[in-house]
Design a protein around this ligand. Structure first.
Ligand code: HEM
Length: 307
């Protein structure tokens, strides 16, 4: 069976083609380092899909290091947006998944290239970008821009060379499918249980050893010096929990028994006020993920000031 093709789940595949280049909204936002505040939610929502959860348990070092996988994956994922499409970054990413398959304990078979499963992983990345704009920037998308950002996200997905049969045709249909997935498909599994324990721990994991730590080169020595220290990791833990759990749809928090109080809600609102105010104080290159630098320089000759 060609797993890149239809599994019969009825999408329309009729999203119109829209340019995905330096004039696009997706370029404006996908490489903005504020994805650090929404990427954790995307990662957790992926792991909450049992197919992805069991795939990670069986095909990666997820339990030993649940974070490095995210850091390692981000450059090719963002590269699919910013690299010259002729380099084939997207299809290279897809082909990494050809052998990621198996059988869940309940007997259900999974394959990373199952169209619905692969689409869900991508859907969380699209939401990661949209949520960064809505929650961590002062920019307000118009309805037309939200639709455009969605269509550009579909163009991003096209670069993986997967079937579009399951891809919702517009932003409204995406929202409905997103809700259905959250209500019916996501389910607690050993990988999501483990990740939630990591998120709820009193310190964040020591990420300093990761060769893929997404910090600007100038900050890397400081990060490697301070991140192993328990008090630093303890100080960062509440913000990590807040940003990841705050980004979850409320019904997911409820279904997974995640405690979320009014105090959490207020603190999360505070985070969303502070980040847009303080973020512009950083130098421009620090505000762009390294995976976007070459693309901007190729197309514009320099890194633009993020919005
Ligand atoms: C848009 C969809 C997806 C994208 C963009 C993506 C991206 C990636 C990338 C870039 C890597 C390589 C990381 C490295 O360099 O080691 C990777 C590895 C992996 N992916 Fe995906 N992935 C997607 C969907 C999925 C799905 C649906 C599953 C499971 C059902 C999955 C399971 C895995 C596993 C198990 C690995 C190996 C991780 C490891 O070596 O630790 N991925 N993915």
């Amino acid at each position: 069976m060609d797993l890149c093709h239809d599994d019969g789940m009825g999408g329309s595949g009729t999203v119109t083609s829209t340019p995905l280049d330096s004039s696009s909204l997706l370029w404006r936002w996908a490489g903005d380092m504020r994805i650090a505040f929404t990427g954790g939610t995307a990662g957790l929502l992926q792991v909450m899909d049992p197919a992805i959860g069991y795939a990670l348990i069986e095909h990666s070092n997820f339990f030993a290091d649940p974070v490095d996988r995210v850091f390692r994956s981000l450059p090719p994922i963002l590269g699919t947006v910013y690299d010259d499409p002729a380099t084939g970054t997207g299809t290279m990413v897809r082909d990494l998944h050809r052998d990621i398959k198996g059988v869940q304990p309940d007997g259900v078979r999974y394959h990373a290239l199952n169209p619905t499963t692969f689409w869900w992983a991508h859907a969380t990345f699209q939401m990661m970008v949209e949520q960064l704009v809505d929650r961590y920037s002062h920019y307000r998308l118009t309805d037309a821009e939200r639709e455009q950002l969605y269509a550009e996200g579909v163009q991003w997905y096209r670069r993986y060379g997967m079937t579009e049969s399951v891809v919702p045709p517009d932003r409204a249909a995406f929202g409905r499918e997103w809700d259905r997935y959250c209500d019916e498909v996501l389910a607690p599994n050993p990988a999501s249980d483990h990740l939630m324990k990591v998120i709820e721990s009193w310190t964040i994991p020591d990420m300093s050893a990761s060769p893929h730590l997404p910090v600007p080169p100038a900050l890397a020595p400081g990060a490697r010096k301070w991140l192993p220290k328990a008090p630093v990791r303890a100080a960062l833990a509440p913000g990590l929990r807040l940003s990841i759990y705050g980004g979850l749809p409320p019904q997911v928090r409820e279904r997974f028994g995640i405690r979320w109080t009014r105090v959490d809600e207020a603190a999360y609102a505070g985070l969303q006020r502070v980040i847009p105010l303080t973020w512009p104080l950083q130098p421009v290159p620090w505000r762009w993920h390294l995976a976007s630098h070459a693309g901007w320089k190729r197309e514009r000759g320099r890194l633009p000031r993020p919005w």
